[in-house]
Design a protein around this ligand. Structure first.
Ligand code: B12
Length: 218
């Protein structure tokens, strides 16, 4: 882990939101938001996960750290008013049972920064509610995230259900579980598997799909 992430993780664990925000804002003077998210905040939270797993910190420490990370991501998000009514639309959510949502917030932030209209529906959204919302709003893209490997089957279920909608949204799958999965396979039509935020940024800006060494079989 790099020293910035370590420093930030310590500030998260100390509950020091002021210093944490300052560090992040200083970093953003010379770096992009996806660099901040992918290279600093994500390793800091993964480190906190390791400390938690080893019982070096408590679940309360982890909750405090997550709350401050959440705050920092929210503050760095661009919240521009809609400039035109022809923005592309993306719906961002986690499937039922999935509680991890910091990655989803980062994905929302990246789409917003690139001029998309975003509906962030959060984690743990039942499929019927998600389908209903998608039918009403008709987004071009639906982005889904899963942190735990055993969530991959439900991710597939959601992806298949969304692709069956009349307006055929593009489905983007990401998250820790997705990036760790390692089964050679081809992606079904209309579904893009994204390992990291820089790949997402490239796709948003150029339409170029990630050229991963592997992808998940869904
Ligand atoms: C905070 C946390 C929690 C919080 C989540 C709160 C919240 N608001 O999100 C709480 C306490 C709820 C929680 C619960 C659990 N957690 Co938890 N959690 C974490 C922790 C420490 C950080 C998660 C995080 O925010 N990471 C930072 C984000 C930014 O990373 P990310 O999600 O991977 O996102 C990045 C990319 O994947 C990508 N991305 C993410 N989504 C998407 C989507 C798209 C479309 C794209 C393109 C990209 C993308 O973008 C991000 C940028 O880099 C992790 C540690 C870890 N390694 O992540 C453990 C961790 C994921 N949890 C773990 C576990 C075990 C659990 C529980 C099962 C614990 C329990 N016994 O109850 C439950 C399961 C809850 C559930 N039903 O989902 C384990 C999983 C281990 C495993 N074998 O898979 C981890 C790894 C901790 C550990 N080391 O043991 N957790």
């Amino acid at each position: 882990m790099n020293s910035k992430s370590k420093e930030l993780a310590d500030l998260f664990l100390a509950g020091d939101e002021k210093q944490a925000l300052q560090l992040v804002q200083t970093y953003l003077e010379n770096h992009t938001k996806d660099e901040l998210y992918q290279l600093v905040l994500t390793p800091a939270m993964y480190w906190i996960g390791e400390l938690w797993e080893k019982n070096i910190i408590t679940v309360a420490d982890e909750h405090l750290a997550t709350a401050i990370c959440d705050f920092v991501v929210s503050v760095t998000e661009v919240r521009r008013p809609a400039l035109n009514s022809h923005k592309k639309k993306v719906m961002v959510l986690g499937p039922e049972g999935e509680d991890h949502y910091i990655g989803l917030k980062m994905v929302s932030s990246l789409f917003k920064e690139n001029g998309w209209e975003v509906q962030y529906l959060g984690p743990n959204l039942p499929l019927d509610a998600a389908i209903d919302s998608a039918n009403r709003w008709q987004p071009e893209v639906i982005a889904l995230s899963a942190a735990l490997a055993y969530r991959l089957p439900i991710l597939k279920e959601y992806a298949v259900a969304f692709r069956a909608l009349d307006f055929k949204p593009t489905i983007i799958l990401g998250g820790r579980a997705v990036s760790l999965a390692n089964w050679p396979a081809s992606e079904p039509e209309g579904t893009i598997i994204v390992k990291e935020l820089d790949q997402l940024k490239k796709w948003i800006q150029t339409g170029k799909e990630p050229d991963n060494d592997f992808s998940i079989s869904i």
